[in-house]
Each structure stands twice: as structure tokens, then as C-alpha cells.
Design a protein. Structure first.
Length: 264
């Protein structure tokens, strides 16, 4: 099943970024058969991850989080321009013959990686409307209130391992005043609050997000959607966020708020 976030295969959900990675890597591996081709692929992938993740790497974060921002392919995004440039540079340094030999596999790999862009459904122009949702933290409950806009909207559940792994990052962004709104789906307020007390005491979330998740066609967790000032979808991502990607999404909300205030 094709969704705005990726390809659903039963319980497995592959994001568009994951499909791009998978198709590109498989094509290169099948066609590039000379010694050093695998090293060139590794250089390209590492450069794409480092370029995308580097702005969020910090000594103040746990070392494991920094490592996962680079090495976990589900987390964050990829800087494909930087990755391809690094790979081509490595091939060029290996000699002209190697570079000429790599042209066809490289072009076909790029084309294969671009195929998901043709399958991806066109973004919906429908503005999101949602009933006020109640909120809670580890020790407080809040009356139902409209969602803030613009905001980075993160759909999550307590049973979802990737969701739990990114909660400290989202909580930190909330505490520093970033426009981040969490929405729990499919669980009771008591269940969510019990989880927050034991595992995420600094987090604040909305509950009862089932209807909103259905409206936005959220089919897997975690899914993050950026809503603009008028409720329009500006960006979306399936899978856990990296620190750098979350920072970029928050900046997108700030830019959309500025543009909205300047509009006649």
C-alpha cells in the first residue's frame, strides 16, 4: 500500500528515504563488481549521513544518540548531494579507468533511487482540521485545546520502540521552547501518563489522536508532520528523527510563521 510516508507491506513500513537507499544500494551492488566498489559505496553513504547529521551532534548528548544519528538508517535524513560527491571523488582518486567504469552503474543507481519519487503520492493540499485534544504530562492533565500552528507534530505510542528512542530529543526541544507537539494514538490517558511517570517525566503530550492520525493518513509510528499556520502539511517523515533533522523541521515552522505574518 502506498502512503504519503512510504510503502506499507503488512506490518512493515518502508519510508520513501529507505526505499531510495535500498534501491540505490542494490543496483550499485549488482552492477559494480570491481575491487573497491564496495568501499566507494561506503564512503558515499557515510558522507551522506555525516553531512545530514553533523549539525545535531553535540558533546552534551549521550554518545549513543550521536552514534545512532549517523549509523541508524531509519533515523533522520540523508544528504544525497554530499554523499554522491564524496563517492565520485573517491572513484576519481582511484584512477580514470575506474571512474569511466563506474559511470553506468552510478547513473543506473541514481535512477533506481529516484524511482520512489515517481511512486510517491502527490502531497495533499487539504488543510488539516482537528478537534481540540486533551493533554497531559507525568504529573498533570490539561483540558482539551486546539493544536498550536505552526508546529512539528509527532505521532507516537508507548509500545513503539523507535518512538521511545526519540522521546528524550523531543522533550528537550519542548523544554527549550521549540514548536513540537506530541500526539499519542490508540492508548488511554491513564496508560500514557503511567508511561511518562516511569520513562519520560519531562515530556508533555496530547492524547486521543486517532481521528487526526487518520486524517493525515498516518499508518506507522513514529510519524512526524510539520503543520503550517493554516494547517497545511509542509513536510513529513516516517521513522525516528535525528537531532539535526528535528532542528531543521523546527526552523521550517519558524519560517512559515514569519511568512504567514507577512502575508496580506
Amino acid at each position: 500500500m502506498l502512503t504519503p510516508d512510504g510503502l506499507g507491506l503488512g506490518p512493515l513500513a518502508l519510508s520513501w528515504a529507505s526505499l531510495t537507499l535500498l534501491l540505490g544500494v542494490l543496483t550499485w551492488t549488482a552492477l559494480a563488481r570491481w575491487p573497491g566498489a564496495g568501499v566507494a559505496l561506503g564512503v558515499s553513504l557515510l558522507a551522506a549521513r555525516l553531512w545530514a547529521a553533523a549539525p545535531g551532534l553535540a558533546s552534551s548528548r549521550p554518545l549513543l544518540d550521536n552514534v545512532l544519528d549517523v549509523l541508524d538508517p531509519r533515523r533522520g535524513d540523508w544528504a544525497w548531494g554530499a554523499g554522491l560527491s564524496a563517492g565520485v571523488l573517491f572513484l576519481a582518486c582511484s584512477g580514470r579507468q575506474t571512474l569511466r567504469r563506474a559511470v553506468r552503474p552510478l547513473l543506473l543507481s541514481v535512477l533506481a533511487g529516484a524511482l520512489p519519487l515517481l511512486l510517491r503520492p502527490a502531497p495533499s493540499a487539504v488543510q488539516v482540521t482537528a478537534a481540540p485534544l486533551p493533554g497531559l504530562s507525568a504529573d498533570r492533565t490539561f483540558l482539551p485545546a486546539p493544536l498550536p500552528r505552526p508546529t512539528v507534530l509527532n505521532f507516537w505510542a508507548t509500545w513503539c520502540g523507535p518512538c521511545r528512542s526519540e522521546l528524550p530529543l523531543l522533550a528537550h526541544e519542548q523544554q527549550r521552547g521549540g514548536a513540537v507537539t506530541l500526539v499519542n494514538v490508540g492508548e488511554s490517558p491513564a496508560q500514557v501518563q503511567g508511561f511518562l511517570r516511569s520513562s519520560a517525566p519531562g515530556l508533555r503530550t496530547r492524547t486521543g489522536g486517532d481521528a487526526l492520525a487518520a486524517q493525515l493518513r498516518v499508518t506507522a509510528f513514529p510519524t512526524t508532520v510539520v503543520l503550517g499556520p493554516q494547517g497545511q502539511v509542509l513536510a513529513r517523515h516516517l521513522g525516528p528523527l535525528s537531532a539535526a533533522q528535528l532542528r531543521r523541521l523546527v526552523r521550517l515552522t519558524e519560517a512559515s510563521a514569519t511568512q504567514g505574518s507577512e502575508a496580506p
